[in-house]
Design a protein around this ligand. Sequence first.
Ligand code: NCD
Ligand code: ZN
Ligand code: ZN
Length: 344
Amino acid sequence: MTQSLTLRRPDDWHLHLRDGAMLGAVLPETTRHFARAIIMPNLVPPVVTGAQAAAYRDRILAALPEGAAFTPLMTLYLTEDTDAEDVAEAHASGLVTAVKLYPAGATTNSASGVANFDKVRGVLDKMAEIGLPLCLHGEVTDEGIDIFDREAVFIDRVLDPIRRATPGLRTVMEHITTRDGVEYAKSQDNLGATITTHHLVINRNHILVGGIKPHYYCLPVAKREEHRLALRAAATSGDARFFLGTDSAPHLDAAKLSPCGCAGCFTATNTMSILAEVFEQDGALDRLEGFTSLNGPAFYGLPANDETITLTRGTPVEYPAQIATPEGPVTLFDPQMPLHWSVS
Ligand SMILES: NC(=O)N[C@@H](CC(=O)O)C(=O)O
Ligand SMILES: [Zn+2]
Ligand SMILES: [Zn+2]
């Protein structure tokens, strides 16, 4: 049995770092293992302009733990009023790596997102022209569409029409949760799909059976077991269209454990141990590096990291149940299985 595994240092292609005290508390959890991350722009207020992205990047760099080598890859939050020229300038200066589309009301802090997709046509055309990728939270928000169907309906009604109308636009389906997502990704060119750590581990039973478990509630919500298995097959397949975006999304416990609990799982701390366990279970340890360290940079046209990390197999590693922040605890995602791989 493999006891040690050396990988190019991984990157996280979908990460929430938040701001202020929370940023200071969660950033070291990511920089310990990851070299780069795509930083989600859903702050309050959102990161809409190039100037806001530059200021946010500076706050992240100022919060870095001493000696950490970490590059935040910034994104802009697409609104119906986004200025295509501002986006082009932010791209040309090397400031932003992608633009993020949130359907209005689909998820945490998405109120300023897009309701009328025709209104962002000009920005999307510009992005296709300059080669700037579009990342999407892929769920419709229509009241009549069941929450478990919202990703599949989004693919048919929003994503596919956008891709047909804007040929050449490089697109990332963020945090896919369904077989439909996997199949659509496989049918397309110029398209990547991120998969989270937690969606490889939980299905909807984990949220709802035996009592409601707020710490497993995230968006898109975990689906049936058959969908989890499709995600696992995609992640461990070696297909370069699939790569890691943890969607590590810290919320204070007080905000999770509430009559209207926030969506998001916090996985930055134990992601690499969980992924090694998952890939080992599926006989795919030799494909872990592709998923965490090679496929993402290839999609974004960036070099893979030169540095490496080594994972070692041994007695199960213990992670704390929570991390402390100045505003209160944040509970770490519990995969409900022993984790034998630690990062040394
Ligand atoms: N995934 C989540 O459940 N929550 C994310 C938002 C998002 O990525 O949709 C958050 O910002 O908390
Ligand atoms: Zn999302
Ligand atoms: Zn997210």
